[in-house]
Design a protein around this ligand. Structure first.
Ligand SMILES: N[C@@H](CCC(=O)N[C@@H](CSC=O)C(=O)NCC(=O)O)C(=O)O
Length: 278
């Protein structure tokens, strides 16, 4: 692991780092905000997954989360949205597929299957790396994300509920098997077998099995992607079916941007703190 940058922030430390990932076979950058409390004892970590066309820096720069993370004593961890630098055929032709659009799953279809293994990267490799190099508790992990990354957070927690103790999402893609972004990604990364899609689809996973924690999901009612791509009603229906505790909040006038995330990030950090710091 190498350090790209480190800066003082709210008496803690904002860092950007790089390492070679065994999951993706590429260099991956990630961000860590260490709150001041981490200088004294291990703290709980909240992982954040960004959306399409973003990278490991987007949330750290735009969400305004560090001040409250410093108050609460939460470490923040961000990662990239896909492997980079591969030049696979078609990986940079569209902003919603390939580079910047890994969908946090493990691809099974060539050529993606050799590198687009973001599922195991997020669930296994990145936490192991963080826990080996930073003062962080191994028994308290939260996960949050936005849009494609909101979906990634829901799916990661639903697939491995013992590992992820608190969960939230901003404007997540809820049922990618029934939405254009998801169909494009799943068709290319996983092939045409819909039963394989269901193992990476938040609504399908939630309908089958509830996670023990209550999920917080915020959605802007003026989000241009709401009806076509995000479909929160599918998540609500899945929660009703399995008994998943779900606090789904619609916010009049808010769009899909980081202005929306910035407006509600405090609620999300408090939501995670209520479980991770209990
Ligand atoms: N380039 C696209 C817009 C891309 C976009 O809106 N990305 C979202 C995530 S979308 C779902 O995963 C995002 O978070 N962007 C970063 C930001 O700062 O807003 C287009 O042309 O529409």
């Amino acid at each position: 692991m190498d350090t790209l940058s480190e800066q003082r922030c709210f008496d803690g430390l904002q860092g950007r780092y790089t390492h070679t990932s065994t999951a993706t076979g590429t260099t991956m950058n990630f961000g860590v905000y260490q709150p001041p409390q981490a200088a004294r004892a291990p703290v709980a970590a909240l992982y954040y997954l960004a959306g399409l066309s973003c990278n490991d820096e987007t949330f750290m720069i735009k969400a305004g989360a560090q001040r409250l993370a410093a108050e609460l004593g939460l470490m923040l961890v961000t990662c990239d949205t896909s492997p980079r630098g591969l030049s696979l055929p078609g990986d940079s032709d569209h902003w919603d597929f390939g580079v910047g659009a890994g969908f946090y799953l493990d691809a099974t279809r060539a050529p993606w299957s050799a590198h687009y293994r973001m599922g195991r990267y997020i669930n296994d490799e990145l936490p192991a790396l963080i826990e080996a190099h930073f003062p962080v508790r191994r028994d308290r992990r939260g996960i949050c994300g936005h849009s494609m990354g909101g979906h990634g957070a829901l799916v990661t927690a639903l697939r491995d509920p013992q590992r992820w103790h608190s969960v939230s999402a901003f404007a997540p893609v809820c049922n990618p098997g029934n939405a254009p972004w998801g169909q494009k990604a799943f068709g290319n990364y996983l092939g045409e077998d819909r039963s394989a899609w269901a193992r990476w689809d938040a609504a399908e996973l939630m309908a089958a099995q509830a996670h023990p924690a209550e999920f917080l999901v915020d959605q802007g009612a003026a989000d241009k992607f709401l009806e076509r791509e995000l479909q929160p009603q599918a998540l609500q229906a899945a929660a009703t079916r399995s008994g998943q505790k779900l606090r789904l909040r619609m916010h009049a006038g808010y769009d899909h941007s980081y202005w929306f995330i910035q407006s509600f990030i405090a609620d999300h950090l408090a939501h995670h703190a209520s479980t991770l710091l209990a």
